[in-house]
Design a binder for this molecule. Sequence first.
Ligand SMILES: NC(=O)c1ccc[n+]([C@@H]2O[C@H](COP(=O)([O-])OP(=O)(O)OC[C@H]3O[C@@H](n4cnc5c(N)ncnc54)[C@H](O)[C@@H]3O)[C@@H](O)[C@H]2O)c1
Length: 408
Amino acid sequence: MLLASCGLGSAPVKALLCENVHPEGVRLLRQRGFEVETRDGALGEDDLAAALAGVDLLGIRSTTTVSRRVLEQATSLKAIGAFCIGTNQIDLDAATAAGVAVFNAPYSNTRSVVELAVAEIIALARHLTDQTAAMHAGVWHKSAHGSHEVRGRTLGIVGYGSIGSQLSVMAEALGMQVHYFDLVDRLALGNARRCGSLDELLGAVETVSVHVDGRPENRRLFSDEQFARMRPRSLFLNLSRGHVVDDAALARHLVSGHLAGAALDVYPTEPKSNGEEFVSVLRGLPNVILTPHVGGSTEEAQEDIGTFVAGKLADFAEGGSTVLSVNLPQVAPARTAGYRIVHLHANVPGVLAKINTVLAELGANIVAQTLATRGHVGFAVLDIDKEVAPEVLGALRALPESVRVEAR
Ligand SMILES: NC(=O)c1ccc[n+]([C@@H]2O[C@H](COP(=O)([O-])OP(=O)(O)OC[C@H]3O[C@@H](n4cnc5c(N)ncnc54)[C@H](O)[C@@H]3O)[C@@H](O)[C@H]2O)c1
C-alpha cells in the first residue's frame, strides 16, 4: 500500500476520526495510505488535546468542540474535517492562526432536503398525513374535497441557493410553475421566474417553500405580515432555519383557515436530545407536517459526507489542495514533476518575493507556483526542481511572515 506522507521523510500521515465517522470516509483515507485511528464518541477538551499528539488530520462531527486551547497544543495537526454541514464547533480564527485547514460538507445533504420538500408539497396538497392518521384511527372518509394535483400549481421558492435551485428543477419536473426570490441575482433554472421582492412572490404563488440561510437578519422573515400577504388557502414549508418563522403567527393563520397547511422541519427552539419533549404551538393542527430536523438526515447524505470530507482531507494532505476549505485561501494546484512546498503566511506585501529569494539562494528553481489570499492569510503552493532539503524548509520557516511551511 502507498503510504501517504506529509512533511519530510516517509512517516505516514496519521488521522484521528471521532464520533463514528461514516465507514466509507474511513475506508477512503486508509485506501489512500493514511494511518487511521477511529473513536466512537466525542472527546472532551483535555482528552482531545492529548489524543492529538502526533496526529496530522482530525475528523469530527457536530459534538466535538475544537477550541483555541486544543489547537494551540496540537502542533502536528494540519487539517480538520467536520463530517457534517456546520463548523460552529471549531474555533476557525484559532485554526487559521495555527495554519490548520478546516473542511466540511456543504452540499452532501442538499438532495435529501429537496426530496423531503417535494414529498411534503404533494402530501400537503392531498392531506396525506391527516388521511393516514384517520385510517389508523379506523375512520374511512373518501372524498376529493380540498385535494389537489401539484401539476400546474405555482410554487414560490424563497432563497434560491443550493437547495432552493435544486427544488426548482424537481418541482418543474412535476409540472409546477416556479417563482423564486433571492437577495442576490441567481440564474433562473428552466422556466423559473425571478420575483423582484418577497411581497411580489407571496402574492403570486399557492405554495411557499423557504430555503434561506441562517443570517441574523432572517429572524422572523415570516411573521403575521408575510403570512397575511400569502394567497388564501396557500401552503407553507420551512426546511431552512427555525428562527426564520414566527411559529405563533403561522399557527394563527392556519387556525383561521387563511393557510391550508404547512410543513416544518426546523423550529425556533428544538429539543437538545432524542426523548426530550417537543413543545410547539403547531402541535395538533390539521394538515401540518412536523418532522424533527431530519431534512438532511438520510443514509445517502451521511455516506456522501463521509467520502466528501475524507477526500478533502486526503487532497490537502497529499497535494495542498484547499478547495472548499472554510478558513484558508482556496488553491487547487495541478501536480507537476516538481517537489512540492506549501507555505501559509501572513497576507502582507512582498512575501512571495521573499520566498522566491530564499529558494533562489538555495539553488532551487521554481517549476510552478500558485498563490491565493483570504483575509489575513496567504497560501502559496510551490513546486521546485530539487528535493526539499531540511535547510529549504528551515529557511522558509524562518521568514517572519510564515505561519506553516511543509513539504508535500
Ligand atoms: N432541514 C435540514 O435538515 C437542513 C439541511 C441542510 C440545510 N438546511 C438549511 O437550508 C437552508 C438553505 O441551504 P442552502 O445550502 O441552499 O444554502 P445556500 O447558502 O446555498 O442558499 C441560501 C440562499 O438564500 C438566499 N437568501 C438569504 N436570505 C434571504 C432572504 N431574506 N430573502 C431571499 N433570499 C435570501 C441567499 O442569497 C442564498 O442564495 C440553510 O438555512 C440551511 O441551514 C436545512
